[in-house]
Design a protein around this ligand. Structure first.
Ligand code: NAD
Ligand code: UDP
Length: 320
């Protein structure tokens, strides 16, 4: 059955792929975005799609619409972007969550929160299962995002306990793919563009810190399956690819794929940068029958092709 679905942050990297996916399923999609870290061009191909509506709106302000489901993705995800105006980041995470939960409560509809592996901070437990409470610096440079997302999770569970709002909380681990902004600042676009331009590859610290990278198509599939799951499945549930690599290994793979002559250069490790990160996805496998299918090399080849195609263009991060 065709639904009207609200996607906040729909002009961003993940949000734009989610809008495509929901439209392909035959739904109507309303996307709200303030274009802080998203781009109109991510949705340009939908300009003539009659089932798609794009609204410029800041989720910090209340929002009402006759919708049947909400995916709450609005929040800058790159450390560079979320630290640019940390107070706004906290407001987006917390007040944005309250506004979407109030709308879900009013209409008695499902609301899915795009939470993050950052709730685990710099973890002592490895890999990270959902039962791990995390190790976050509450007053550091990443706190606006980490604590904002932790507070949003708390709100989701309080609305569920207090008002029986049907919630779904996904803890998303590092995801990459086409439509990340060239100046996004996250490691995949940074390193791919450096390799393509023959510039030095910036490894922060010794490059031995690890991440586990999930290709965007796999992640979107996980979000859609979580939303479609029964009312007993509310999360939090890890979504990510458990294939863990060091940043140095990632850089080597990108050099190999691009055939670049770029050399490695070391820059200081950002404050509170987690040393290691790998999702335990046993719950997603069990409850959603979901697991990622795209190997890192394959996903990187597609992402490199995207940035090659767009390298000549003019990109602006805050296009709004
Ligand atoms: P992104 O920065 O590309 O997209 C976020 C979108 O939200 C942008 O279009 C931005 O303009 C919009 N936005 C920001 N503040 C807003 C506000 N106040 N009102 C309306 N719109 C606003 O990031 P992304 O990678 O697509 O991430 C999407 C969501 O998934 C975020 O909530 C992020 O925390 C979560 N997440 C992503 C990853 C990842 O690896 N991509 C990992 C963990 C969690
Ligand atoms: N990183 C790096 N070089 C870059 C950008 C990032 O070495 O040009 C490192 C960063 O220090 C971190 C990892 O890559 O250890 C992932 O960073 P990203 O900003 O993509 O996401 P995070 O998982 O830290 O939120």
């Amino acid at each position: 059955m065709s639904k009207k679905i609200l996607v906040t942050g729909g002009a961003g990297f993940l949000g734009s792929h989610l809008c495509d996916r929901l439209l392909a399923q035959g739904h109507h999609v309303i996307c709200v975005d303030n274009f802080f870290s998203g781009a109109q061009r991510n949705l340009a191909h939908l300009a003539k799609e009659p089932r798609f509506t794009l609204l410029r709106h800041d989720v910090v302000l209340p929002f009402a619409a006759e919708v049947d489901e909400i995916y709450n993705l609005a929040a800058p995800a790159s450390p560079v972007h979320y630290q640019f105006n940390p107070i706004e980041t906290t407001k987006t995470c917390v007040i944005g969550a309250i506004n979407m939960l109030d709308l879900a409560l009013q209409r008695n509809i499902k609301v899915l929160q795009a939470s993050t592996s950052e709730v685990y901070g710099d973890p002592e437990q490895h890999p990270q299962p959902e039962s791990y409470w995390g190790r976050v610096n509450p007053i550091g440079l990443r706190a606006c995002y980490d604590e904002g997302k932790r507070c949003a999770e708390a709100l989701f569970f309080d609305y569920h306990r207090q008002h029986q709002v049907p919630i779904k909380v996904a803890r998303i681990f590092n995801t990459y793919g086409p439509r990340m902004l060239p100046d996004d600042g996250r490691v995949v676009p940074n390193l791919i563009l450096q390799a393509l331009k023959g510039e030095d590859i910036t490894l922060y610290g010794d490059g031995l810190q690890t991440r586990s990278f999930c290709y965007v198509d796999d992640l979107i599939e996980g979000l859609v399956q979580l939303m479609a799951s029964g009312s007993d499945i509310i999360g939090p549930i890890n979504l990510g690819n458990p294939d863990e690599v060091t940043i140095r290994q990632l850089a080597g793979l990108i050099i190999d794929i691009t055939g670049s002559n770029s050399k490695f250069t070391h820059e200081p490790l950002p404050t509170d940068d987690p040393r290691q990160r790998q999702p335990d996805i046993a719950q997603a496998r069990q409850q959603l029958d979901w697991a990622p299918t795209v190997p890192l090399r394959e996903g990187l080849i597609k992402t490199v092709a995207y940035f090659e195609k767009h390298l000549a263009g003019t990109f602006v991060a805050h296009s709004g």
